[in-house]
Write a protein that binds this ligand. Sequence first.
Ligand SMILES: *Cc1c(COP(=O)(O)O)cnc(C)c1O
Length: 452
Amino acid sequence: MPTKITLPESELPTHWYNIVPDLPVPLPPPLHPGTHQPAGPEDLAPLFPMDLILQEVSDERFIEIPEEVREIYRLWRPSPLYRANRLEESIGGPARIYYKYEGVSPVGSHKPNTAVPQAYYNAKAGTTKLVTETGAGQWGSALAFACSIFGLECEVYQVRASYDQKPARRAMIEAYGATIYPSPSDRTEAGRKILEMDPDTPGSLGIAISEAVEIAAANDDVKYSLGSVLNHVLMHQTVIGEETLKQLALVDETPDVVIGCAGGGSNFSGFSFPFVREKLAGKMDPVIRAVEPAAAPSITRGSYQYDFGDAIGTTPLFKMHTLGHDFVPDPIHAGGLRYHGMAPLVSLLAEEGIIEAESLHQTETFTKAVQFARAEGIIPGPEPTHAVASAMLEAERAKENGEEKVIVFNLSGHGHFDMTAYRAYFAGELIDYEYPAERIAAAMKNVPVVAG
Ligand SMILES: *Cc1c(COP(=O)(O)O)cnc(C)c1O
């Protein structure tokens, strides 16, 4: 049995997969924040270049990847699929475990899979600068890298809690030539408003999005770039799942369980949507599971309704699982999972029962991640510790029940810049925050009521 299942560069996918035409029910459209009418491409034009807007609303099943983008993808793609032989031994039992490893990208996560095409289409459209938010810094470093390749300026608003916890990511973002500010900042009206209400706020992805959107909307040649949630972002990530399908076929495996962690939903979707396609076509029937943190359990505890993508209500309204746009999750170490909502596509699939979701506390995910690291060598980023833990718990259940399950998960990135989180774990200082029922109820009161 091979340890690494690799594909030659000639097997790099030629197309992204757009799941929209395969959905069992139509995707509810985003709504204009003021009128609550369906938002058209012209509403998105101040923020995104037209090529990306057309992808956002496309119902074509496959969209060709430009050769300029494939050339950059080849720096790290196709990424390896590992058979977790030593982890299987350490757990015992009959389960076979595979993981797709996206930590081989230049910045150590799946995020460049979309940062590169986003920078490419912006450069092609004459954008001079991209503005964005970042949580843990993974997205900021991915976009900074992509902007450096296509000659764009890049400005990053980083969630305060992560800005303070992860100075190495800041330096990395600066190494690629971008500028970075902690969010909330006093550079935007949104930031100033939130600082006035709570000067000590740890910040949130929703707040940082408000700041970046405000700056992009005010300048014609400045655009905004989002690292997750939107349809086109999820679509760019499907190279992960397309490669994994081919790799599993090489070793004659069909998965019983497909697992990814979910913050905004991009790595989970990119990994799992090609499997959802095969499942809907009746070619396989795996359980497909999104794993979220107990501190921001949007799919498992949120409600499926229209809400804003940012914290102060400037973006369009998206029908999604939400905890309320002004809900600020506790400062768990998985900064990339601290988001109040979930991608509309993931939300719809969960609502239709095609995928399932689970939430885990960080002490458990880090306990499993350390066992994983000692067996496999790779130290997972705090976000994918959720996928690692769910896969290992699945393997433990398979052992108890004597089931020969094939478990496949996405290891979305390594944790080399997140070792303060592991230090906190080893010092016994990780906090498993209680379910913040009251704060979520308060935030849900501020979600606009949308007819229909
Ligand atoms: C950003 C990030 C996530 C969470 O974002 P999704 O859009 O849900 O994938 C997960 N893992 C890693 C490594 C990340 O950088």
